[in-house]
Design a protein around this ligand. Structure first.
Ligand SMILES: [Zn+2]
Length: 202
């Protein structure tokens, strides 16, 4: 578990500019929209039930198949939880590996005349934040969940965190900088919608 020491987050509560979430009727759950922008999993998942495994669950990538091994006594429901958890973990990794954060942040910093961070990296341990910035050491961390989102959403979070290298607070000056990014409002809405999924992610 990683530490979450920082107040300068990109999270569901960050923006007074964000639109209010529309009320959802209580009778039926809100259907999940099919997200065509989300990349397909680059691999197939197969579960192997093993009599030799006593307690542990493991996963291994062979070619483009992810083999998730579970003990044979495990229930189908538990098996499904572990299968999804491992698939999610490998999917994050596959997506994150495709993105060069150094290059993205350099491009965006140049475009919006912002400082470049000394360090920018993915974090798997961020639960309630999409990004965080530590200006004192010029370091930005981004939730690896973002790697599966459309690139303009990731770019928004990078711009948001780059802006914190200049302005700490979410004040007018801060939002003036951030809103130079044309899809900032749309990205904020996208992230608010995705915040509700947070408990599904380990
Ligand atoms: Zn912020």
């Amino acid at each position: 578990m990683q530490q979450e020491p920082l107040p300068f987050d990109t999270g569901p509560t960050m923006s007074r500019a964000a639109p209010a979430r529309p009320a959802v009727p209580t009778t039926e759950p809100e259907p999940k929209a099919l997200d065509v922008e989300q990349p397909r999993w680059p691999f197939e998942v197969q579960v192997v039930r093993s009599t030799r495994r006593k307690r542990t669950v493991g996963a291994q990538m062979k070619g483009d198949v992810l083999f998730v091994t579970v003990p044979s006594w495990m229930s189908r429901a538990e098996e499904a939880v572990w299968r999804d958890r491992w698939a999610d973990r490998f999917r994050r990794k596959a997506n994150a590996d495709r993105v060069d954060l150094r290059e993205r942040s350099t491009t965006l910093a140049r475009r919006y005349d912002l400082p470049r961070p000394r360090e920018i990296h993915w974090s798997d341990g961020m639960k309630s934040q999409w990004g965080s910035c530590t200006p004192s050491i010029s370091t930005i961390r981004l939730s690896s969940r973002l790697a599966a989102f459309p690139s303009w959403v990731l770019d928004y979070v990078i711009v948001h965190e780059l802006a914190h290298l200049v302005v700490l607070a979410h004040n007018d000056e801060f939002w003036r900088i951030v809103h130079q990014f044309p899809k900032s409002e749309r990205a904020i809405g996208y992230l608010i919608a995705r915040s509700d999924d947070a408990e599904d992610i380990d």
